[in-house]
Write a protein that binds this ligand. Structure first.
Ligand code: HAM
Length: 421
């Protein structure tokens, strides 16, 4: 057990981390352009927050939370998602007193005790955004557009955006009643889970993946059938804004999402080519959540995208991630005196902002050159007895394949100029 990490967790190794950096860099770029600031909240919270916020009848809270009692006998849970935590921070720090809307993004690990399979892990990562304080449908469209823009920047193609409106506390009871009336005669034929959902949260039956439930609920009233005038108008507005910027979507009125806090707009993005776990992102409005956790009535909307699934989709689509150069300079040496000189040069180069490496494994010169090549270094310096005697080093340009002697004192200027070209 000591040599294997817990099930459903992954090590992100050098070679793989470059993809994460690339994604995170793209996150920061797009968030700056759309006006979102970063927020970092703790990895664990009081369990109560998720029970109240995410919903105690959801799979995520009921079955998948990492919950434990700490030494002070408090019930603590690792965050299964970050929306509730952002809302908690918003209320705790009275951020509603600042100019609204409050727009933030986050990147970080989430924890769900899920059945592990490709694309479904117990520690996974999300990039998410939340906008608190505005009920304007233009914000819904901004958030959705931003998610699609983000995927597009990574080069992902062929994604399907599904949108729906799940209504507000005014339309919900109407839908609930109509669903009850529709499903009641066949209640005993639904799967066990849907039978229990019938009284607790019947809307989720529309989302069941079991064949007979899908068949029985095929013609069931959908959320959009029961929207009040205001919700229907808002949904039309969201669609219009998306049309105006050319974001393509499918209205899927069976989309209800797995977390309890959603109201009005709900959306999910699917990548058909990453296997069973095809949802690479999702989100929606949660206009009741802020009040639910003790804040003033405040609307909110956001999304979260799964980084592991984004990477899987990028790999499936053969997308190249721009290679990060590992090192600007590698100093290959011959002899002890050259090594000492190289050690001093490393320090000078690094202080000047270059990434610089030398051999620490006692390799011969040829093996050092091979290693430098594998290391993807921009320049290789060769320093032997002969060069030391002349006060020079051989500078090999690894791209051009050329080399020249440069005096030790001029090295930095030479390399800096070239590297910045
Ligand atoms: P969610 O749909 O539960 O929404 O998760 C969002 C995304 O996280 C999924 O689409 C998927 O890509 C990824 N994901 C979820 N579970 C796993 C897992 N076990 N392994 C790998 N990836 C996973 C939320 O979390 C909401 N907080 C989104 C939101 C923000 N709604 C409003 N604001």
């Amino acid at each position: 057990m000591l040599t294997v990490g817990p099930k459903g967790t992954n090590d992100i190794l050098p070679g793989e981390i470059e993809k994460w950096h690339y994604i995170e860099k793209t996150v920061r770029e797009i968030c700056r352009e759309y006006g979102y600031s970063e927020i970092r909240t703790p990895v664990f919270e009081h369990t109560e927050l998720f029970l109240r916020g995410v919903g105690d009848t959801t799979d995520v809270v009921e079955k998948e939370m990492y919950t434990f009692e700490d030494k002070g006998k408090r019930s603590i849970s690792l965050r299964p998602e970050q929306t509730a935590a952002v809302v908690r921070a918003y209320v705790e720090h009275k951020l509603y007193a600042q100019p609204q809307p409050f727009k933030v993004f986050y990147i970080g690990p989430m924890f769900r005790y899920a059945n592990v399979q490709a694309g479904r892990y117990r520690q996974f990562h999300q990039f998410g955004v939340e906008v608190l304080g505005s009920k304007d449908p233009a914000v819904d469209a901004e958030v959705i557009t931003m998610a699609m823009d983000f995927y597009g920047r990574l080069g992902l193609r062929g994604l399907e955006l599904h949108i729906n409106s799940v209504g507000c506390p005014k339309c919900r009871p109407v839908h609930r009643q109509r669903l009850h009336d529709f499903l009641n005669p066949n209640l005993h034929k639904l799967c066990g889970l849907c039978q229990s959902r019938f009284s607790r949260n019947p809307m989720r039956i529309l989302d069941c993946k079991v064949g007979k439930c899908q068949e029985l609920s095929k013609d069931a009233p959908t959320t959009t059938d029961c929207l009040c005038e205001e919700c229907a108008a808002d949904f039309e507005k969201v669609k219009k804004y998306l049309d105006d910027v050319g974001v393509q979507y499918v209205v899927n009125n069976r989309l209800v999402r797995g977390l309890d806090y959603y109201t009005n707009t709900a959306f999910e993005i699917m990548a058909s080519d990453i296997g069973a776990q095809s949802s690479i992102g999702g989100g929606g409005r949660y206009d009741g959540l802020i009040e639910e956790v003790g804040g003033p009535p405040t609307p909110g909307i956001g999304f979260a995208l799964g980084t592991e699934r984004i990477i899987a989709a990028m790999e499936r689509q053969g997308l190249e991630i721009p290679a990060e150069r590992r090192s600007d300079v590698f100093i290959a040496t011959l002899g002890e005196q050259a090594r000492e000189e190289a050690f001093k040069l490393l320090y000078v180069f690094r202080r000047a902002g270059l990434s610089a490496e030398m051999d620490f494994m006692g390799r011969g010169l040829k093996a050092q050159m091979k290693y430098a090549h594998k290391f993807n270094s921009r320049y290789t310096l060769i320093l032997g007895e002969e060069e030391l005697a002349k006060g020079t080093a051989v500078v090999r340009d690894m791209i051009a394949g050329t080399q020249q002697d440069v005096s030790l004192g001029d090295l930095l200027a030479h390399l800096t100029i070239d590297i910045n070209q």
